[in-house]
Design a protein around this ligand. Structure first.
Ligand code: LLP
Length: 418
């Protein structure tokens, strides 16, 4: 639960505002983001890397308001598409603090990034070395770049989120010589300036040793390249990936400070460290709120589902859920919270203990819903996507709760059809 969450007579509150009032004002399904918690988590990361850079992984969840918080606090931003670049710009991130990722950026996206003046582009193939060099020449700028390398470390996580192994589509292999060849290519392009190496071994990782092992391999590669090429590669960006706890029974996640200790033990002080946490900043800050529509057998059907949270259906990701709108004295039963979509796999939470007297109109809350949910939401079954409301902004701008992503409407959807 976000740090601003509390319970008042069975009702979930965030920063003292009850979920019933929030649902009445903004409708359901609804994502409630505790802005103070988001800021506090950003500060914890900054404090863990005082001499490095913290790039928020925008793919986890991005909105102009979020960009504003990051800009103000001094974080950098990792984006991976033209759309995320556009939100970074609109949200007021200084371009020199933006890092542009992706394994197949289009020429248009590269031009957009170069002409806006993004601080760094992470090159993921020899074709991109060429594309970014041409785009930089056209705009008359010298573009700072990093090379994404594959350290050959298989992190212990879901196969879809492991990216550091030799078989990953991301990055250039150190072992095969591909990475060294791309570096020679970059050094031969006057319009490119190689500022660092990048690696991201995966996501939702609890084992800090895999980060340490990746860092160790990349540092030894970096030193070899520096001496062969008579150059200095000043920066090492080790990506994101720190895990979070989704279920009360999950093990406790390592802290940013613990990750920093592991990395500092391997990375010499003359190399500037960067990290790219996404999930570990935003996931715990956000609660998904749904209204119960029908209760049948053991199925509690709510007004959202796999279109606003594709993670259970896509990865078998497990969540918990609670009754959030009232106190119930009824005994609990193992229930399955399902959505409104036309598939049996449209399950949000399987076998979770909920009061047996659940009824239509009750509100269900699912914690740890900030990462890869609203940002990965779809319009399957032409269901409009839910809004995100930031709560607990009082200290900052006097607003108790305000919309940072508005609810999509059927008119929005109809606009797509010529
Ligand atoms: N940097 C790069 C280059 C990345 O590809 C990612 C995530 C991050 C940073 C942030 O990683 P985080 O700290 O959030 O783990 N859709 C999946 C997760 C995919 C992760 C993609 N890359 C999910 O729902 O769990």
């Amino acid at each position: 639960w976000p740090t601003g969450a509390a319970w008042a007579d069975g009702e979930l509150t965030i920063a003292g505002i009850g979920v019933r009032a929030l649902a009445a004002e903004f409708g359901t399904p609804l994502y409630l983001l505790d802005a103070a918690d988001f800021r506090a988590r950003c500060s914890t990361w900054l404090a863990a890397f005082p001499d490095g850079d913290v790039h928020y992984g925008g793919k986890a969840f991005l909105a102009p308001a979020v960009v504003g918080w990051l800009a103000e606090l001094g974080l950098c931003l990792d984006v991976c598409s033209g759309g995320e670049l556009a939100v970074a710009r609109v949200g007021g991130m200084p371009p020199e603090r933006v890092v542009f990722h992706g394994n197949n950026k289009s020429v248009a996206e590269i031009r957009q990034a170069v002409s806006w003046g993004v601080g760094c582009i992470v090159l993921d193939s020899r074709h991109e070395v060429d594309r970014v060099a041409r785009a930089a020449e056209e705009s008359g700028a010298r573009q700072q770049v990093m090379i994404r390398v594959k350290p050959g470390v298989d992190a212990d996580t879901h196969a879809s989120w492991a990216t550091g192994g030799e078989r990953s589509k991301f990055g250039l292999s150190i072992a095969s010589g591909e990475a060294a060849e791309a570096i020679r290519g970059v050094l031969a392009e006057p319009s490119l300036e190689l500022v660092g190496l990048h690696s991201h071994i995966g996501s939702q990782i609890f084992d800090l040793d895999s980060f340490g092992e990746a860092a160790r391999r990349i540092v030894s590669f970096l030193r070899a390249v520096e001496s062969e090429q008579h150059t200095v590669i000043g920066k090492l960006d080790l990506g994101g990936g720190l895990g979070v706890r989704y279920l009360p029974g999950d093990k406790t996640a390592p802290t940013p400070a613990e990750l920093a200790d592991v990395l500092h033990a391997v990375v010499p002080d003359d190399i500037r460290l960067a990290v790219e946490p996404g999930r570990s900043i935003v996931a715990p800050t956000t609660v998904a709120v749904y209204e119960v529509g029908t209760v049948k057998d053991r199925f509690v059907a709510v007004d959202g589902g796999m279109s606003d949270n594709p993670r259970p259906a896509t990865y078998g990701a497990a969540y918990t859920a609670v009754l959030a709108s009232r106190h119930s004295a009824a005994p609990t039963e193992a229930m399955t919270v399902v959505g409104k979509h036309c598939e049996t796999g449209d399950i949000l939470v399987e076998d979770v203990d909920l009061p047996a007297d659940l009824m239509p109109g009750d509100l269900i809350a699912i914690p740890c819903s900030g990462a890869y949910q609203r940002s990965a939401a779809s319009n399957y079954n032409l269901v409009p996507r839910p809004p995100v409301v930031a709560v607990n902004e009082n200290a900052v701008n006097g607003n108790a709760a305000h919309v940072i992503v508005r609810r999509e409407t059927e008119e929005d959807l109809l606009r797509l059809y010529p």
